[in-house]
Design a protein around this ligand. Structure first.
Ligand code: HEC
Length: 229
């Protein structure tokens, strides 16, 4: 049998070819060196150059009115400025049956999964979180929120998030956020019924002790309205 042998020159040639070939393969992980960027990107007009034939003499056009830069947020408060937002912002929506119904709809869609339908912090996601040692949301009808937090601070928390809670600015329309704020107020009142509320509930055949009835919060909100009007 003939002995298989490769000369050093052949080996060197194969190695060189391998290195050369690997250089041709673009690596998406790494930014390649651009020796002559102008040859890759060749804009017809250059941003900083004077062009007498253009209005204003520049290729940089003034953006049309109302243009918003990328990443721009018209909301003026940073995530830690909840109290400031509370002072500055007013709920533009009236508290009435209609806005409460909208608030309830969007609370049940976006918030109840963590905060629970009545705001006690026992939403379905929270229960899983609890097992994994995740923080559970505080009661949404706490004295702190009822007495100290202004509507604007609630709106701020919904928009920007807090701790483990994500912000909903990109997911819930501002007017729906304000409606949710009204509904959170209603949940706060519902969790602290007065003697008169309890009487009213009894007359309407509602049991205030039914904690986990998903419709309870709705019934309570109606009741809260009746008391206010
Ligand atoms: C993914 C779960 C989750 C969702 C969904 C969620 N939250 Fe929260 N929320 C939390 C957690 C957890 C906290 C506690 C955050 C912290 O302080 O670390 C919290 C805190 C809050 C607080 C402040 C409570 C306090 O006493 O400081 C408010 C108010 C609130 N959420 C309202 C809402 C509203 C309204 C919605 C719906 C638009 C909502 N949350 C959606 C998890 C959630």
């Amino acid at each position: 049998m003939r002995k298989f042998s490769v000369s050093r020159t052949t080996l060197l040639a194969i190695a060189c070819a391998a290195v050369f070939a690997s250089g041709c393969k673009p690596n998406p992980e790494r930014r390649e060196l651009e020796f002559m960027p102008d040859m890759y990107r060749n804009p017809a007009l250059k941003a900083q150059q004077q062009y007498d034939f253009l209005t204003g003499g520049s290729a940089m056009l003034t953006p049309p009115e109302g243009t918003i830069p990328r990443g721009f947020s018209p909301y003026p408060f940073s995530i830690t400025e909840g109290a400031k937002a509370g002072e500055a912002l007013r709920n533009p929506l009236p508290m009435n049956r209609e806005t409460l119904a909208i608030g309830r709809k969007y609370y049940n869609i976006h918030c109840a999964l963590c905060h629970g339908v009545v705001g006690s912090g026992d939403g379905s996601v929270t229960l899983v979180h609890r097992e994994a040692g995740m923080p559970i949301p505080p009661e949404i009808y706490s004295d702190k929120i009822r007495n100290e937090w202004k509507d604007g601070e609630l709106y701020h928390t919904i928009s920007m998030g807090q701790g483990q809670m994500p912000g909903y600015a990109s997911r819930i329309d501002p007017m729906h956020r304000w409606a949710i704020v009204h509904y959170v107020r209603a949940l706060g009142e519902a969790a602290n019924p007065t003697e008169r509320d309890l009487e009213l509930m009894e007359r309407r055949g509602l049991d205030p002790r039914v904690e986990d009835d998903p419709y309870r919060s709705g019934a309570d909100a109606q009741l809260f309205l009746e008391r206010r009007n």
